[in-house]
Design a protein. Structure first.
Length: 407
């Protein structure tokens, strides 16, 4: 009997040990199972990574910098605003798969939720579609990105699939969990417009979905619009309504369809623009939709690697929201050595009519690390050369009214 009892106890212990990993796993849900929520102090921090744009051999310089930024800033959410990989230099679906995994292997260890949409380079020149890349994203616990479908109905009550891949919204609950205090719109702004040959834009059915979803959120909020940001890759063409038109040859100006523009004097301090904003040739109505739903504090984009600015649209005295562009955070694509970096957004639920934002550049992060700074500058120099040729080409094509289409 004693022997049987001992064997029974041992079998029970073995069974328990076998179940422990599952128990521990169940006790620690992945990021996709968690609700975003303001912290107990009422604060919420977002780290935007724009245009990592690298391939399967992700630069060690980029990797180390991103790891330092996440560890230092301790964000509540990381948002990737497209061109997360460089499809054109990946070249094949196999390498694009490796590029996606190389990026997520940087992000996964921190356990910070990651929300992403796509840009024009993610699925360029290889056969790994955005949908296939989203499926890889979903293999990682940190990922909370989705492709929001089956929620929009047409006039006949039929389900309409949204254009593109990577359009969805993320409610952020109040610190007490009682309501949606803030909302994030993550929109796929497409790649290239087959009709114009220029860059694409957010499409009509995406805007209908956003309008319907915003109305539902407002109903849950006593009829008041829920404050929000819009994150996407390609900036809206309305940016040119907020820039200052100047004569040809004006210092700091860039051409767009035979006209020349620069950042206005009222752009937020620290704003910089080193290329003409490369937007869609078509106004798809996104700005009108954003104004219509109410509560939008900013439309935030990337895409233009050497533009980092924040300015009121259309002007400070008639402000609807801010237009914000964030520079590249990678060192493998074209860029400007003094400008590369990330952007941080800080929200306080005590006053969600406003927000704080700042950029952290490699030059700032490594200011006191001579060896690391020197290595960064050396690596960045070669991709910065690309900008010289890009601007020379745009200057030439602009004289003939050609659109600003950067590869």
């Amino acid at each position: 009997m004693k022997a049987k009892k001992i064997i029974a106890v041992l079998l029970s212990l073995l069974l328990l040990f076998a179940l422990v990993p599952g128990i521990l796993s169940a006790a620690a849900p992945s990021a996709s199972e968690k609700s975003l929520k303001f912290n107990s102090d009422g604060k919420f921090k977002i780290l935007q990574l724009a245009d990592i744009q690298d391939n399967q051999t992700l630069s060690g310089v980029t990797k180390a910098y991103l790891e330092q930024m996440i560890a230092t800033e301790k964000p509540d959410l990381i948002v990737l605003t497209g061109d997360n990989i460089d499809g054109s230099s990946s070249g094949t679906a196999v390498n694009a798969d490796k590029a996606v995994r190389a990026m997520f292997e940087v992000l996964e260890p921190f356990g910070v939720p990651v929300a992403a949409t796509f840009g024009n380079h993610d699925d360029q020149k290889h056969d790994l579609s955005k949908e296939a890349q989203m499926a890889i994203y979903n293999e990682y616990k940190c990922n909370i990105s989705i492709d929001q479908d089956n929620t929009l109905l047409d006039e006949n009550g039929e389900v309409v699939d949204l254009e593109g891949c990577g359009t969805y919204n993320l409610p952020i609950l109040s610190s007490d969990g009682s309501k949606t205090a803030f909302n994030l719109w993550i929109l796929d702004s497409g790649s290239y417009d087959p009709e114009t040959g220029g860059y694409d834009h957010v499409r009509e059915n995406q805007l209908k979905w956003m309008t319907q979803t915003a109305a539902n959120l407002a109903n849950e909020n006593g009829g008041e619009p829920v404050p929000s940001f819009i994150f996407q890759h390609i900036i809206v063409p309305n940016i040119y309504e907020a820039l200052e038109e100047v004569p040809y040859g004006t210092k700091g100006s860039f051409g767009h369809h035979k006209k020349f523009y620069r950042l206005p004097s009222w752009a937020v301090e620290g704003s910089e623009m080193y290329e003409a904003p490369t937007c869609s040739e078509v106004d798809g109505g996104e700005v009108d939709a954003a104004i219509g739903i109410g509560g939008v504090l900013a439309i935030v984009s990337g895409h233009d690697h050497v533009n980092s600015f924040q300015l009121a649209y259309p002007s400070p005295d008639a402000k609807e929201f801010d237009l914000i562009n964030t520079q590249t955070c990678g060192v493998s694509a074209y860029g400007k050595t003094s400008l590369r970096g990330v952007r941080v957004f800080e929200l306080d639920e005590k006053d969600l009519s406003t927000f704080e934002t700042r950029t952290i550049r490699y030059e700032d992060a490594y200011a006191n690390e001579f060896g690391t700074l020197l290595r960064y500058r050396f690596v960045s120099f070669w991709s910065q050369l690309q900008l010289y040729f890009i601007n020379a080409w745009l200057g030439l094509t602009n004289l003939f009214g050609v659109s600003n289409l950067v590869a």
